[in-house]
Design a protein around this ligand. Structure first.
Ligand code: KIV
Length: 281
């Protein structure tokens, strides 16, 4: 069993050019698979709103849902660096609420760090959480919680002006004390420029090969989420196909009377059936 990575291990991986592997997980079994597969880091993302609860987006997700799923992931992956994701309105209202909610991820769910969305405009929240002794991952570029303001789930940084804004956000987040950054849906030119500019690890989800590591949503990776497939996704399995085929076979077996078979039954103990029948004719 490899040793659990800490934040300084991740910073050292960046320094020596070793790519960091990062995946979302929302439940105990997936966390176990991910730890067995050797992931460096896991994110209990608020994408659980879509991937687990079937919401249209992440906005309805609550702190209690995030804590509950973070606890399950921690139980499944006790030796992996796990990041809890701060849901919409858990940090926007005040720095005090931000610190209290960030603290819940550590106290109640054993998370190693928290992630929150936003660049320059959330600097005061990042500082407050860092001052409380909590490792923070910033999340910039496409920020799904504020996708309404961005005009939808659109890639950012595709013009020089927009790319400049993403770079300024990255510098602001690092300057506020965040120890990692997640960069979502920006061109690879912008991703590699920011990864080279910052001293902290820059993780990519749709930000190209030049970043220090890659994140994907587990439900996309295994082919479980069917509503839409973002451009940055690479699918490695067809869980939806495998599970649907298994369930179709189960339905057919029950309908045709081939399930349950003899090997699935608990037989009565020797001599007990005769006694049973004598009493219940
Ligand atoms: O919630 C999540 O999984 C995320 C990714 C979309 C980056 O924040």
């Amino acid at each position: 069993m490899p040793q659990k990575k800490m934040i300084h291990d991740l910073v050292e991986m960046k320094a020596r050019g070793e790519k960091i592997t990062f995946l979302t997980a929302y439940d105990y079994p997936t966390a176990r698979f991910a730890e067995q597969a050797g992931l460096d880091m896991l994110l209990v993302g608020d994408s659980l709103g879509m991937c687990v609860y079937g919401y249209a987006g992440t906005v309805p997700v609550t702190m209690d849902q995030c804590i509950c799923h973070s606890e399950a992931v921690r139980r499944g992956a006790p030796n992996t660096f796990v990041v809890g994701d701060m849901p919409f309105l858990s940090y926007q209202v005040s720095s005090q609420a931000a610190v209290e909610n960030a603290g819940r991820f550590l106290k109640e769910a054993g998370m190693d760090a928290i992630k929150l969305e936003g660049g320059a405009r959330v600097v005061s929240r990042i500082k407050a959480i860092v001052d409380a002794g909590i490792v923070v991952m910033g999340h910039i570029g496409l920020t799904p919680q504020s996708s309404g303001q961005l005009g939808g789930h659109k890639a950012q940084g595709r013009t020089a002006e927009s790319a400049g804004a993403v770079v300024r956000d990255a510098l602001a987040v690092q300057g506020a004390g965040a120890q990692m950054i997640l960069l979502e849906a920006v061109p690879p030119e912008v991703g590699s420029y920011i990864a080279g500019l910052l001293s902290i690890p820059v993780l990519s989800i749709g930000a190209g090969i030049g970043c220090d590591g890659q994140l994907l949503i587990v439900s996309d990776v295994v082919g479980q989420f069917q509503t839409f497939v973002p451009k940055f996704v690479k699918r490695y399995a067809d869980v939806a196909g495998v599970v649907t085929a298994a369930l179709q076979e189960y339905v057919a077996d029950v309908k045709s009377g081939t399930f349950p078979a003899e090997e699935h039954c608990y037989r009565m103990l020797e001599g007990e059936e005769a006694k049973f029948r004598a009493e219940f004719k």
